[in-house]
Design a protein. Structure first.
Length: 462
C-alpha cells in the first residue's frame, strides 16, 4: 500500500465521519488529537520506525519526574520571571554546536543577534535539559508539564472528564485500516491534561505579559498554551522547524477543515513552503523569512574543503531500512567514498539496539554529540535520504542529492521531480560524483533571514 493511498483514505474518513464538529466544554476536540491519531494509523499500516524515543511509564520515570518538579520549584521557575516583550517557547531537543554549547537552533540565532527583551522557556526532553546552553534568559516549564501528566493520571482514575465522542471514528479506522486506535482514550487524556495546564499557562502568561509569543511547535500538545495566549489577546507566531506539506497533519487542513488553536502567523524558511499545505490562516499571515541558523552555518563553513564523502540523512521512521543501505554501500569493494550515517536526534540514543548492523560496519555513525549536520554537509560531496528537512539544508550547501523512494513514506516535495531518486545501492554507486544539485535554493530558504524576522515581528506588532 502506497503512502498516498493511505493519506487519501484518511481525508476521506474525515469527510465521511466529520469529527471536526465534536466539542467538549466548547473545545473542538478532533483538531487537538488529529495529528496523533493519523500518525498512529500510518505507522501501523506502513511499519514505520519510531520517530522519537519514548519514555516508558515506570517507577524510574515517576522518580525522574519528581526530581524535575522539585528542582524546577527553585531552578528556572517560570513563575518567578518578570515582564518581557517577547516570549519564546523553544525546542527541547537542542543541538550541540562546535562552541560546545547546546543551541536551540531555531530561536538562539534570533535572540543572539536581534535586540529583543525576551524570555525563553522549554519543556524537558526525555526527563532532562541539555546544558550548558546558548540561551541566556531561560526558564523551564517542567512543573506545568508534569502537572498536566498528573492531571491525566488522576482523570483516568476518576473517569474524568467523561468523553465518548469518537466511537464512529474508532469504528471507521478499524473497518478501513484493520487497526484499533483508542481515539476516545487519546481525547480523554488530552482533555484531562488541558484542564490542568491551561489555567497555569494563563497565570504564567499574565506574569510575563508579553507583546508577542513565538513557538517552534504548535501541535501535539501545545494547543492549550496557544489557546491561553488567545484568551489574553497575545499574538502567536510559529517558526518553521521541519518539512511542511500536505502530509503534515499539524499544518494542512484542506477544504472545509480548520484548526482554532493554530498560531496567528507562520514564519517559514522560504516561499516554496508557503504553497505546500492548506494552512488554517490567511495567506497574508504566512511570511517567508528564511532560516538564520542555516545561513550562519553556510558562512561559518564556507572554507571547509570537500572530499568524496556521502552522508545518509536518517529519521526514525526509515532508519531501520536506510541504515542497511549505508552498510551495503560501505561494504562494496568498488566504493571508495567515505560513508557517514547521520542519526536524527530522535533516534540517537537507541541506534545500537535498533540498528546493530551499523556497529563495526565501517560506516561513520554520527549522533548529536558528534560533528554538526551542517559541518558534515560542508565537507561532503553527496547526501542520501528519504523525507527530511535536512535534505533541503544539504542542497543549500551544494551537495549532490539522492533520494531513496520508499512507497510507504511521503516523497520529498519538489525533489523527486528533479530526477534525484536512486534505485538501490548499485544505482547509487554508479551515480555518486555525477549527480545533480540545485543551483537556486532561494525558494527553499530566503536570504537575509534575521532582517526578515525583525521586519515580520515589527509588522505583526504594528
Amino acid at each position: 500500500m502506497a503512502f498516498d493511498d493511505t493519506h487519501r483514505e484518511l481525508l476521506d474518513l474525515e469527510a465521511t465521519v466529520r469529527p471536526f464538529g465534536v466539542r467538549h466544554d466548547g473545545v473542538p476536540v478532533w483538531e487537538q488529537v488529529r495529528f496523533t491519531v493519523f500518525r498512529r494509523v500510518i505507522a501501523a499500516r506502513h511499519g514505520w520506525g519510531e520517530p522519537h524515543t519514548r519514555v516508558d511509564r515506570t517507577h524510574e520515570l515517576y522518580a525522574a519526574r519528581t526530581r524535575l518538579l522539585a528542582r524546577n520549584l527553585v531552578h528556572r521557575n517560570p513563575f518567578l520571571s518578570g515582564h518581557h516583550d517577547v516570549l519564546f517557547w523553544g525546542h527541547a531537543r537542542r543541538k550541540r554546536l562546535e562552541d560546545g554549547l547546546w543551541w536551540d537552533v531555531y530561536c538562539d540565532p534570533i535572540t543572539e543577534r536581534l535586540s529583543l527583551d525576551y524570555l525563553h522557556v522549554e519543556a524537558p526532553h526525555l526527563n532532562h535539559h541539555f546544558t550548558p546552553t546558548k540561551t541566556r534568559a531561560l526558564r523551564y516549564v517542567d512543573a506545568i508539564e508534569i502537572a498536566g501528566e498528573v492531571g491525566t493520571v488522576v482523570g483516568r482514575a476518576l473517569d474524568r472528564p467523561r468523553f465518548d465522542g469518537f466511537g464512529d471514528v474508532e469504528a471507521a479506522i478499524h473497518d478501513r485500516f484493520d487497526h484499533h486506535v483508542p481515539v476516545d482514550d487519546i481525547a480523554r487524556r488530552y482533555l484531562a491534561s488541558r484542564r490542568t495546564v491551561q489555567p497555569l499557562y494563563r497565570r504564567f502568561l499574565s506574569r510575563v505579559d508579553p507583546e508577542l509569543v513565538v513557538v517552534v511547535v504548535s501541535y501535539a500538545g501545545r494547543e492549550p498554551f496557544i489557546d491561553a495566549c488567545r484568551e489574553l489577546d497575545i499574538p502567536v507566531v510559529e517558526l518553521q522547524h521541519g518539512i511542511i506539506d500536505e502530509y503534515q497533519y499539524g499544518y494542512s487542513f484542506p477544504d472545509w477543515r480548520t484548526k482554532r488553536a493554530f498560531p496567528d502567523h507562520l514564519l517559514t524558511f522560504g516561499e516554496f513552503w508557503n504553497r505546500r499545505a492548506a494552512f488554517p490562516i490567511p495567506d497574508d499571515r504566512i511570511h517567508a523569512v528564511g532560516y538564520p541558523h542555516l545561513e550562519r552555518s553556510v558562512e561559518r563553513y564556507a572554507d571547509v574543503p570537500r572530499r568524496d564523502q556521502v552522508v545518509f540523512v536518517s529519521t526514525g521512521e526509515v532508519g531501520h531500512v536506510l541504515s542497511k543501505l549505508a552498510v551495503e554501500l560501505a561494504a562494496r569493494p568498488t566504493c571508495d567514498w567515505s560513508v557517514v550515517y547521520k542519526l536524527h536526534p530522535g533516534e540517537a540514543d537507541r541506534w545500537r539496539e535498533e540498528y546493530p548492523w551499523l556497529v563495526g560496519s565501517g560506516v561513520d555513525v554520527v549522533d548529536q554529540t558528534g560533528r554538526p549536520l551542517h559541518r558534515l554537509f560542508a565537507e561532503s560531496r553527496a547526501q542520501v535520504g528519504v523525507y527530511s528537512t535536512a535534505l533541503y539544508e544539504g542542497l543549500r550547501f551544494g551537495v549532490e542529492t539522492y533520494l531513496v523512494d520508499f512507497p510507504w513514506m511521503p516523497s520529498s516535495p519538489a525533489l523527486v521531480d528533479r530526477g534525484m531518486t536512486v534505485d538501490g545501492v548499485d544505482d547509487l554507486l554508479d551515480r555518486l560524483g555525477t549527480g545533480r544539485t540545485v543551483e537556486d535554493t532561494t525558494p527553499f530558504f530566503a536570504r537575509d533571514p534575521l532582517a526578515n524576522v525583525q521586519r515580520a515581528f515589527a509588522d505583526i506588532l504594528s
